[in-house]
Write a protein that binds this ligand. Structure first.
Ligand SMILES: NC(=O)c1ccc[n+]([C@@H]2O[C@H](COP(=O)([O-])OP(=O)(O)OC[C@H]3O[C@@H](n4cnc5c(N)ncnc54)[C@H](O)[C@@H]3O)[C@@H](O)[C@H]2O)c1
Length: 366
């Protein structure tokens, strides 16, 4: 029984490796530490790879690039039907970085995914295929609070309001909003990154709907946890914790620091993969974040981290320029997944996640 995990040294990949190893799977990890190329050596996932190799007896690492079909093919051929699940997390994950090298972004995110889907179809078609997509596939559509622009009826009445420390979105009648899978992905600005993920996201759905394979797309909100190699361009909570603990400067890009994200701990996300794998469906799409209870603005996150860490850090500045295509407010609606998989719920809330991240960062800098 093999779990093949791409991006196995990254945040979600390494959590997946631990999780499935604990469940008795042999784990094949594929990761070429391209994160260091994207974000610099501080964001390298090499230590995480070494830890997996040391800690997990049944872990085998392949230092190869998912863009290279010829390198991937022998692995799929060698293990064939023994591969029961593919968890595909390797990616160029930052929408700011993508504009620097759109072709690199597209080949990693879209072509890499296509390589893995096709090798799965040819060598282990009954396996579960999990793809970590992103809420950026909805582009900046959640920002359209003047919702006559929205074609989706359900979101026509959604309005974003500015509150003291955060933006908040309501449907008519003051009902608090969240974003479900019915939101359109068309006719909005996705960023280059969002668009390359859309290409992969739709292809993963297609391999389920067209070929009948057990594929699922998880459109992540903010995925987080202590094992995130946070960098300025990716992994905002992890990077913010790092800046607060080491008293480094942090720039907030746009929206006065009131932009809202929902945050899910990597363990809870991987537990979604597990539930799906136990009763797979074909070509499903799920929004996967922490939901309203685990949402925070950047200003609120700074308050929480200061409280948990016992610091009084204020070393940040507000830039007027928001990131292109960035969300003002985004909270995932988790009802569809909970309806399909009633055993699943969030088990690690944002407070506990932040505690783990603060402890991890303090230990690293002790
Ligand atoms: N972290 C988030 O907030 C977030 C939010 C939404 C979606 N996602 C998606 O979830 C997935 C996992 O995110 P993460 O935070 O664990 O990312 P991560 O950067 O921590 O891990 C990704 C890993 O993939 C590896 N990698 C990159 N390109 C590769 C290539 N060409 N070949 C082989 N390995 C390669 C990197 O070295 C890295 O170790 C990504 O697909 C990302 O787009 C993440």
């Amino acid at each position: 029984m093999i779990a093949l995990i791409t991006g196995s040294a990254g945040l979600i990949g390494s959590q997946s490796a631990l999780f499935f190893h604990n469940k008795g799977y042999d784990v094949i990890g594929i990761d070429n530490d391209m994160r260091a190329y994207f974000f610099g050596k501080d964001a390298s996932t090499d230590d995480s790879k070494k830890a997996l190799e040391e800690d997990l007896a049944q872990y085998t690492h392949y230092d190869i690039d998912i863009r290279n079909l010829n390198d991937l093919e022998p692995i799929f051929k060698q293990y064939g039907e023994k591969i029961k699940i593919i968890i595909h997390t390797a990616a160029q994950p930052s929408h700011d970085w993508a504009m620097k090298e759109p072709i690199t972004d597209f080949t990693v995110n879209a072509v890499g995914t296509m390589n893995l889907l096709e090798l799965t179809r040819l060598n282990c078609p009954k396996a579960t295929f999990i793809f970590t997509s992103t809420n950026k596939v909805y582009g900046d559509r959640p920002n359209f609070s003047y919702y006559d622009k929205a074609p989706d009826l359900e979101y026509k009445s959604m309005m974003i309001h500015e509150e003291e420390k955060r933006y908040e979105a309501y449907f008519t009648g003051k009902q608090l909003a969240s974003i479900d899978e019915k939101m359109s992905i068309d006719n909005c600005k996705h960023s280059i990154f969002g668009a390359s993920k859309v290409a992969a996201d739709v292809m993963v759905q297609e391999y389920g709907k067209y070929f009948g394979m057990n594929t699922a797309v998880f459109r992540g909100g903010c995925l987080t946890g202590p094992n995130h190699a946070g960098a300025e361009l990716h992994g905002f909570l992890s990077y913010l914790v790092k800046c607060i603990i080491t008293d480094k400067h942090y720039t907030i890009f746009g929206y006065k620091g009131k932009q809202v994200r929902d945050n899910i701990h990597s363990w809870d996300l991987v537990n979604m993969f597990w539930e799906f794998h136990a009763a797979p469906r074909q070509g499903e799409v799920y929004n996967a974040g922490g939901g309203r209870d685990n949402s925070t603005s950047i200003l609120e996150a700074i308050d929480s981290i200061n409280r948990i860490a016992g610091t009084n850090w204020t070393n940040f500045s507000l830039s007027e320029d928001n990131r292109v295509g960035d969300h003002i407010w985004y909270i995932s609606d988790l009802d569809k997944f909970k309806d399909h998989y009633p055993n699943w719920d969030i088990t690690i809330d944002l407070e506990e996640t932040l505690k783990q991240m603060v402890e991890f960062e303090k230990a690293k800098n002790a």
